[in-house]
Design a binder for this molecule. Structure first.
Ligand SMILES: [Mg+2]
Length: 393
């Protein structure tokens, strides 16, 4: 017997976000097949729904997309613009509740539990208003799911895109008949490997997974089995965790054992902090566009500076040269440092899809391999130059 508390959780997800923002910002693009093309790699990063009717999808090489749909309008990405729209969407969401968890620039959870009294508006009315407000003021659409937990609301928001609102009634029976017929890939955090394993064992729906014993699933999928089994049985107590208003970010800091004047040492620490932060970004399947470095002098004077990549990335190597440059610029007093921090923000979801070409994929594979070796054989098994420098310090 599953006892669910009566929570009202909303998940929202903007539809074809980059392409929709381009259409909102330029009347001439509305109603037309539009693709936002990745700058360096010639990959479609986002396709309007008109373009999708021609079979244009993400990630597809721009050249192929053009062949498939000669009318396709390809525009370069304008990330500042998307980040501005994102801030506006979250601003409208904040009018409904302060309890917001940002997941990426165009996705988030809201917790509307207990808000109906003070707003004299039921959760479904509040959600409907948010959807109308976003499309009226921003000329982009979002899809929303309303349910008793994160799992169901997230699936509900994505099931009937675009411009959809799906409510899963707060009853055990209704929830299970919503969840169980769905294909297993709708379970969150199920990678393509776990999906293949489940398929190979003849499990294609969530309901089938729900009925399998955990031990059996563990043999098949390893450590994710318990989580998988809970989700398949609609057990999800994850709270909506409010994050700061400057959107979700990944930050790591280090206060030195002794205050330091050693520039190379501080660079090595910054790179090490970036490694940790990017490892988390990759583990979450996200990408980031902005790196912020903060330094604190012995006298507690703080300085910070930031850099934004032309395109979102999830590879620490991309950040190394900028860490050095930022530190050089920020550390302009002849005073020792006591603390440094690296923060990664402007978080994107699904921008960088694994692809077969180019330096990016090579660097990314290297980062994965490096992490895997250190996890299995310990931090001394393999070291980047800066890790080596730190280990001798
Ligand atoms: Mg989206």
């Amino acid at each position: 017997m599953i006892v669910q508390s009566d929570r009202s959780i909303v998940h929202f997800d903007a539809d074809a976000f980059f392409a929709s923002v381009e259409q909102a910002a330029d009347l001439r693009l509305r109603g037309k097949p539009v693709a936002v093309g990745g700058e360096h790699r010639g990959i479609v990063a986002s396709a309007s729904y008109e373009a999708r009717q021609y079979g244009i999808y993400t990630p597809m090489p721009v050249a192929r997309a053009r062949r498939q749909c000669p009318k396709l309008i390809v525009v370069p990405p304008r990330f500042e613009l998307y980040e501005q729209f994102s801030a506006n969407i979250f601003g409208l969401a904040e009018e409904i509740t302060p309890v917001i968890e940002r997941q990426s620039i165009d996705e988030g959870y809201l917790d509307l539990t207990g808000t109906s009294g003070c707003l004299s508006r039921s959760p479904d009315q509040a959600v409907a208003k948010l959807r109308t407000d976003v499309s009226r003021w921003l000329k982009v659409t979002i899809s929303l799911g309303l349910a008793r937990n994160k799992l169901l609301s997230q699936i509900a928001s994505k099931l009937r895109k675009p411009n959809a609102m799906l409510i899963v009634p707060p009853e055990d029976g209704a929830e299970l008949s919503f969840l169980h017929p769905l294909p297993v890939q709708w379970l969150p955090s199920i990678g393509s490997r776990a999906k293949d394993l489940l398929h190979s064992a003849g499990l294609s729906t969530i309901g089938q997974v729900a009925r399998m014993p955990v031990n059996w699933l563990t043999e098949l999928t390893g450590s994710v089995a318990k989580q998988l089994h809970d989700y398949a049985n609609n057990i999800d107590h994850r709270p909506v965790e409010t994050n700061r208003s400057d959107a979700v970010s990944y930050s790591h800091q280090d206060t030195f054992a002794a205050d330091t004047m050693d520039f190379d040492f501080v660079v090595a620490v910054l790179k090490h902090l970036a490694d940790k932060a990017f490892g988390r970004v990759r583990a979450d399947g996200k990408q980031i566009r902005t790196v912020t470095v903060k330094i604190r002098y012995t006298d507690m004077d703080d300085h910070q500076g930031q850099f934004s990549f032309p395109e979102p990335t999830d590879v620490e190597e991309d950040a190394y040269p900028h860490l050095t440059r930022l530190l050089k610029r920020l550390w302009d007093r002849r005073v020792r440092l006591r603390m440094v921090q690296v923060k990664l923000s402007n978080v994107y979801n699904g921008y960088r899809q694994p692809d077969l070409f180019g330096a990016y994929e090579r660097k990314r594979n290297l980062a994965f391999a490096y992490e895997a070796i250190r996890q299995q054989f310990g931090p001394k098994a393999i070291m980047r130059a800066h890790d080596y420098a730190l280990s001798r310090n």
